[in-house]
Design a protein around this ligand. Structure first.
Ligand code: KG4
Ligand code: ZN
Length: 344
């Protein structure tokens, strides 16, 4: 018998995304983004996102079925992001997924967006995902997690005390007039810059911080330092600022991730979330993990930013582990804690 087919729906932010997997095989991954509608506001506008999800939901499901040569009848289970995210946006996906599960009389898994970001790696690498340390870095979240079982047990070791890593990229890109979202723009610009040109601060890395907050992050000091530098240096070299800023973020993210691996004795690191698409983070992670003897896994860049495949992947892991589905009536939770992997 072939593995169950799971359709996953993601609408937590500005991507209406549907993925379909069979076991660990990706069959379709369709994304309709409203990012261009938000660009002129410099950030995601919740009302615009919800409306765009409503318009895109049906065509995106249809396209995913077409791409995988399946019909709705072939779907064995439905998975959907129940949170965290923008509540109005989440509700569109939750309504669609609930309707599908009810209509098809199939189980539904209401899952956590953050756990889904980590789960997508299951589609790429063969061996079991857990136990592992996970560095989750997106536009809304930055945390270090201990994943003992991706379907039941994720423990938060630390998190950002102010901005998320992606948010810091977006804000600095905005000051430098590089457009939204800022991460890819800074990544591209940094390719031609000197990462050692400016010594920007590494947040929460004093010896006292290592004692009291070893796995927490702070990017607000870095943001202020960059803003001050730009003000004080009218003819600044854009590429050098981008590269040096990026280096400061990436350096701290990896210092703390490797420290978590060492302290827990877990010699595996998964890096997930939109910022995991960053080329410098990927390159430096390979170098440092190689040196430390840590097994590193980072999903392909296209699977790091929000997508439906990651939700389908977590649904598929739930099915494979024989986890109980969610009740058909559940609420989207805009601030769902990372430890709640699926709603029961
Ligand atoms: O995971 P994601 O798609 O959405 C959230 O759940 O937030 O992450 C989006 C974030 C944005 O802040 C974006 O600037 C950042 O990921 N990002 C990047 C790169 N690609 C996306 N940051 C740095 N370098 C990149 N190449
Ligand atoms: Zn995300």
């Amino acid at each position: 018998m072939s593995a169950p087919i799971v359709l996953g729906i993601e609408t937590s932010c500005d991507e209406t995304a549907v993925g379909i997997v069979r076991g660990r095989t990706l069959l379709a991954n369709v994304i309709a983004s409203s990012v261009e509608e938000h660009a002129r506001f410099g950030g995601v506008v919740p009302e615009i996102a919800s409306r765009a999800h409503l318009e895109a939901m049906q065509p995106t499901i249809k396209k995913a079925l077409q791409d995988s040569n399946l019909t709705l009848k072939d779907i064995d289970a439905v998975a959907v992001t129940a949170g965290p995210g923008l509540v109005g946006a989440l509700l569109v996906g939750v309504s669609a997924a609930t309707g599908l599960a009810l209509g098809l009389n199939k189980p539904i898994f209401a899952v956590n967006h953050l756990a889904a970001h980590i789960s997508v790696d299951f589609l790429t690498h063969d061996e079991p995902l857990d136990p592992t340390i996970a560095l989750l870095v997106s536009g809304g979240h930055s945390s270090l997690l201990q994943v003992d079982d991706i379907t039941t047990s994720i423990t938060k070791l630390g998190a950002t005390m102010d901005d998320a890593a992606g948010e810091a990229f977006d804000k600095i890109a905005r000051v430098m007039k590089l457009g939204f979202p800022g991460g890819p723009a800074i990544d591209a610009l940094a390719q031609t810059g000197d990462a050692q040109a400016i010594d920007f601060p590494r947040g929460l890395t004093t010896s006292n911080d290592w004692q009291t907050r070893p796995y927490d992050f702070s990017f607000s000091g870095l943001k202020t330092a960059v803003a001050r530098y730009l003000e004080a240096t009218p003819d600044y070299a854009k590429a050098n600022v981008a590269a040096s800023f990026q280096e400061a973020i990436v350096d701290v993210l990896l210092l703390k991730s490797l420290a978590a691996c060492k302290a827990t004795g877990i010699d595996s690191l998964v890096i997930a979330g939109g910022v995991a698409a960053n080329s410098r983070l990927r390159a430096l992670a390979i170098q440092r993990c190689d040196k430390a003897g840590i097994r590193l896994r980072i999903p392909a860049p296209g699977l790091c930013t929000d997508n439906g495949a990651m939700v389908a992947a977590l649904g598929s892991l739930m099915v494979a582990a024989n986890r109980a589905p969610s009740p058909i009536a559940f609420d989207a939770d805009s601030s769902l804690p990372v430890g709640v992997i699926s709603l029961s």
